[in-house]
Design a protein around this ligand. Structure first.
Ligand SMILES: [Zn+2]
Length: 194
């Protein structure tokens, strides 16, 4: 049995979400195999507390839509970071997702602070997809977006928002790439000396 564990190194729901597929070294690791995996991810990050009953067909359809949206975000972020490409298409798709959903702005109290949240109601649409689109738009319109980064290891495809104090974070995590890089540069230095 393969024990899957989600990574929460993205410092944001959207980067964590697109990190549900990644290539840490060379092999692709897919953490979302079916709709239940998606539900589990939403529960773990606390974006949803309970789910609507859905038919098998709906689950299949919604799952595909969610994976397509994840691919679009991933590809758009990649092109944005590598070629400074526009995010217009991603914005258009996200706005279209939200047009189909009914979302209500609500004031909530989180950690003693008033926050504006957009609550998606449980009508007949892909609610989890709407929640992702809201999270994406929240990220894009926040200060944090300029600290979007991909791991410095060119083989690694993990993304994160660099929330470190002087914005000098380079690795997805020390465990996955940081230590490996240190070991590599150490052995390179050693070779030069020898
Ligand atoms: Zn990495």
């Amino acid at each position: 049995m393969v024990i899957k564990s989600f990574l929460f190194i993205g410092s944001n729901h959207i980067t964590d979400f697109i990190n549900t597929i990644y290539t840490p070294h060379s092999e692709v690791i897919e953490l979302l195999i079916n709709y239940s995996d998606v539900q589990e991810w939403f529960l773990k990050v606390g974006l949803v507390k309970k789910f609507d009953e859905l038919s098998i067909d709906k689950k299949k359809k919604y799952f595909e839509e969610i994976l397509n949206y994840r691919k679009l975000i991933r590809d758009s972020f990649k092109n944005y970071l590598e070629h400074n490409s526009s995010l217009d298409n991603l914005i258009k798709v996200s706005n279209n997702i939200l047009l189909k959903s009914s979302v209500h702005p609500q004031i909530l109290i989180k950690d003693d602070i008033y926050v504006l949240e957009y609550i998606s109601n449980t009508s007949n649409h892909n609610r989890l997809l709407s929640i992702l689109a809201i999270e994406f738009i929240k990220l894009l319109s926040s200060e944090k977006f300029k600290y979007l980064k991909k791991c410095d290891n060119h083989k690694c495809s993990l993304y994160f928002i660099d929330t470190s104090k002087n914005h000098s974070r380079r690795w997805c995590s020390m465990d996955i790439c940081g230590n490996r890089s240190k070991v590599n540069s150490f052995s390179k230095r050693k070779k030069v000396k020898e």
